[in-house]
Design a protein around this ligand. Structure first.
Ligand SMILES: [Zn+2]
Length: 113
């Protein structure tokens, strides 16, 4: 019965940026808030999540140039960074409007009178 939800194990190259902070990632994951208790750290009973150890590990991960959100379940993103911005549809690209043709043959005798 996992307390932090499902986890997966990965193998990374020893000389990769990830490997340099693998301990921090371990720590980060261990201190992830459980889904059913998003305000609690399973290890730090006295602190509300995100706890100080989570923050410290997160800082190391970010310092290594890794994207913190890549190591955190999507469910907790809103907890950490606030509600995700609703994707507003991109404004339609302005179409180049075809200007009125300046063909002189049209202007000379307009059917509209
Ligand atoms: Zn903790």
């Amino acid at each position: 019965m996992g307390r932090i939800g499902e986890v997966v194990a990965v193998i990374v190259a020893a000389d990769s940026a990830t490997a340099r902070v693998v301990e921090a990632i371990d720590e980060l994951t261990a201190h992830l808030s459980p889904q059913n208790e998003p305000w609690a750290c399973p290890l730090c009973c006295t602190e509300s999540w995100p706890c100080s150890r989570f923050n410290a590990a997160a800082r190391q991960v970010m310092t290594a140039g890794l994207q913190l959100r890549d190591w955190i379940p999507n469910d907790l993103h809103a907890r950490l960074w606030g509600k995700p911005k609703s994707r507003s549809p991109a404004p339609p690209a302005p179409r180049p409007q075809a200007g009125p043709r300046s063909d002189t043959w049209f202007d000379e005798e307009s059917p509209d009178g």
